[in-house]
Ligand binder design. Structure first.
Ligand SMILES: [Zn+2]
Ligand SMILES: [Zn+2]
Ligand SMILES: [Zn+2]
Ligand SMILES: [Zn+2]
Length: 343
């Protein structure tokens, strides 16, 4: 994800709601598509301070009520309390259940990141007001009498709320032998099914069949049954991005779509960071720490792009810095310690 600048010069991130340096209220502006400091106005509205923008916004009601969103809403949209992404929710988790607010927050964070990536590559998002496009809806549901399957049908993406529980998700990941299983990954995959319905089926069906095969033969139900009986094709790496992609052409398309969104997100992130100069004098502790911080900020953004935990979650306050400096006095990497090939 690209990073942003506050009016005070401090870096802001896609999920920021407040500037840690100047304490400004921060939001994602839907007009200039920047995360920026918002200047409070007398009437309770907010003005975007990003260079060249100045649009007047209100905060999404899901932020006001639950702090699960950081997008603004254009002030002209008087009858719309929620932002364009939150409006796509048809079912949200039951907030009376302990823990569900936090799970919902994680779901919205992943959803915003993925939808932003969708808009960056120029794909349309169907809403009920544009009747030529299949409207996109999200339903975040918990198992009840009937278990809830994460999936897509006719524009409705259902995500089982327990996917936002990292322990459950990790267990399932190991059980199904997946290299990664993240909320961001779920959204990208299910959106692949949505864009198949929206774009591929009506306009690109023969091109799709040439690459992915005929989605009518075998039927999805037959393919699914065979997959759960026999597993993925043994040599799947030759032709598929994942084992699951071998199940049926629709799954192949969704897996490939998700991988493409991963790729664009990572490259966009790399573009928004300057090259890091990692050649640091051996005994310059402050420079080592500064370099580590720079790498950490970038690596964290890469991990967030894919939905993984931050690589460098620590905050280096001055007391912590002094303790690390003490470690450096015990020993620090020297040129001699380096293997010959990197010298
Ligand atoms: Zn600031
Ligand atoms: Zn703006
Ligand atoms: Zn919102
Ligand atoms: Zn699927």
């Amino acid at each position: 994800m690209r990073t942003f600048r506050c009016q005070c010069g401090r870096k802001l991130f896609f999920g920021s709601t407040r500037c840690v340096a100047c304490d400004a209220t921060v939001a994602m502006c839907p007009c200039c598509r920047n995360v920026a400091a918002m200047a409070p106005q007398k009437d309770g509205s907010w003005k975007c301070t990003a260079a060249g923008c100045g649009h007047v916004l209100k905060m999404c009601q899901n932020r006001v009520d639950h702090e699960v969103c950081n997008r603004g809403v254009e002030i002209e949209e008087e009858d719309q309390p929620r932002c364009t992404y939150c409006r796509l929710n048809r079912v949200i988790p039951d907030l009376k259940v302990p823990g569900n607010l936090e799970k919902w927050r994680r779901l919205e964070t992943a959803k915003r990141r993925v939808l932003d990536g969708i808009e960056l590559i120029g794909l349309p998002i169907g809403t009920p007001s544009q009747n030529e496009l299949l409207p996109l809806w999200f339903e975040f549901k918990a198992d009840d009498v009937q278990p809830v399957s994460t999936g897509h049908a006719n524009g409705v993406i259902t995500i089982n709320v327990k996917e936002a529980d990292s322990v459950h998700r990790e267990q399932t990941r190991v059980e199904f032998g997946e290299p990664q299983r993240t909320l961001v990954g779920h959204f990208r995959h299910e959106l692949g099914h949505y864009y198949w319905d929206l774009i591929v089926k009506p306009k690109l069906l023969s091109e799709f069949r040439d690459l992915f095969g005929n989605e009518e033969d075998p039927t999805y139900a037959e393919a699914q049954q065979a997959y759960y009986k026999d597993g993925p094709q043994p040599d799947w790496q030759q032709q598929f991005i994942s084992g699951y992609a071998t199940m049926h052409p629709w799954e192949d398309f969704a897996e490939s779509f998700a991988a493409y969104l991963d790729m664009t997100a990572i490259v966009i992130t790399a573009q928004s960071f300057p090259r890091i100069e990692a050649e640091v004098p051996a005994d310059d502790f402050d420079k080592w720490l500064q370099t580590y911080r720079e790498i950490g900020v970038m690596a964290n953004e890469f991990n967030r792009d894919i939905g993984l935990l931050d690589l460098v979650p620590e905050v280096f306050t001055q007391p912590v810095v002094e303790k690390l400096r003490f470690m450096a006095s015990l020993g620090h990497p020297s040129k001699l310690a380096r293997p010959a090939h990197v010298r």
